[in-house]
Design a protein around this ligand. Structure first.
Ligand code: HEM
Ligand code: NAG
Ligand code: NAG
Length: 326
């Protein structure tokens, strides 16, 4: 009897300990992390980002996407920023990198910060701030970014193949987000990032010309939209870019959900959001309510995404140059 009691109280303690551990993990990052060591960090990053986005608004999209790629591979540790070396092919050269760009914005922010407070601010934090400030610059929401991420030392090209794929179905997408601690709601909310930016034709020609190998078109695409897409994208086109949200691809708004409702999302992964009760209800709600809660939801999901598998404390390092390990 006493023995049993002992076991169960031990179990309870273990469960409590696990709970404390798990919740502590998410709270390692904090607002104002650099308050003493680099108090102007946010103002500096915001200014550098604004200077770039005001002359090149189309850079906001790849910078947001860069943060997503960083967080989904090895956590938000700046691994997406590392260059390949003689002996290692980095994430940057992995196939899904297509059109990732804007590295110069990160580098400019880093060098401004190295002047102000050398060796203090991680590249992973800079990327997280730049993504936020870039979205805000193009009329999107603003959210507080908890800081304190450290930079990883590893970046492997092949690992970028584990990113969610544009031909992913709803079950695969849900599983991939769940494996990063993100919910079904986070999936449908963060997919709203496709309200900005462009895609290469090559990503969608299969949907247009040879969907099941019989020279057919993906039946989930709006048939009225197909001729327009085919005109833009010939089967072997590798250079033309398609606007994700035609007409306002440089403005962060809620149009994505209207587009998905109309079955004009460019990727199967966009169309897939109509194949699940929860995600399709969300798409419908945002489309009908003109995105009444989208910005608030996006803020929350971005904060969650920004905490995926972060390195904190004395793990990793603070890179001197974002493309190179120390
Ligand atoms: C749900 C799974 C997702 C898939 C399968 C996916 C896939 C893709 C693909 C294939 C492209 C086009 C790349 C190209 O052809 O150049 C793209 C672009 C983009 N994605 Fe996603 N994505 C996903 C989630 C996200 C998330 C979570 C975000 C950010 C919150 C995001 C933001 C973007 C942006 C902004 C672009 C445009 C980039 C540019 O203009 O250069 N995506 N995505
Ligand atoms: C992206 O990956 C391809 C190989 O898949 C590579 O040839 C290209 O240089 C990479 N792009 C960048 C910006 O590194
Ligand atoms: C379409 O796909 C099938 C099966 O993969 C292939 O045999 C055929 O050559 C493709 N057609 C074109 C035009 O690419």
């Amino acid at each position: 009897m006493a023995y049993k009691k002992h076991i169960s109280s031990l179990l309870l303690q273990l469960i409590l300990l696990a709970f404390v551990f798990v919740s502590a993990n998410g709270s390692y990052l904090k607002l104002g992390f650099y308050q003493k060591t680099c108090p102007n960090v946010e103002a500096i990053v915001a200014k550098v980002t604004a200077d770039h986005i005001s002359v090149a608004p189309s850079l906001a999209a790849p910078l947001l996407r860069m943060h997503f790629h960083d967080c989904f591979i090895r956590g938000c540790d700046g691994s997406v920023l590392l260059d390949s070396t003689k002996t290692n092919a980095a994430e940057k050269v992995g196939p899904p990198n297509l059109s990732l760009r804007g590295y110069q914005v990160i580098d400019a922010a880093k060098s401004a910060l190295e002047k102000e407070c050398p060796g203090v601010v991680s590249c992973a934090d800079i990327l997280s701030l730049v993504a936020r400030d870039a979205v805000y610059q193009i009329k999107g929401p603003w959210w507080p970014v908890p800081l304190g991420r450290r930079d990883g030392r590893v970046s492997i090209a092949l690992e970028s193949l584990s990113l969610p794929a544009p031909f992913g179905n709803i079950a695969q997408l849900k599983a991939q987000f769940a494996s990063k601690g993100l919910s079904v709601k986070d999936l449908v909310v963060l997919s709203g990032g496709h309200t900005i930016g462009t895609s290469q034709c090559s990503t969608i020609v299969i949907r247009l010309y040879n969907f099941t190998g019989k020279g057919d078109t993906d039946p989930t695409l709006d048939p009225k939209y197909v001729p327009f897409l085919k005109k833009k994208c010939k089967p072997t086109d590798t250079t033309t870019l398609l606007e994700m949200d035609p007409g306002s691809f440089r403005t962060f708004d809620e149009d994505y959900y209207t587009i998905v409702m109309k079955r004009r999302g460019l990727f199967q992964s966009d169309a897939a959001l109509l194949d699940d009760k929860e995600t399709s209800a969300y798409v419908k709600f945002q489309a009908q309510s003109h995105g009444s809660t989208f910005f608030k939801d996006f803020e929350e999901s971005m904060v969650k995404m920004g905490q995926i598998e972060v390195l904190t404390g004395s793990a990793g390092e603070i890179r001197k140059h974002c493309a190179l390990v120390n």
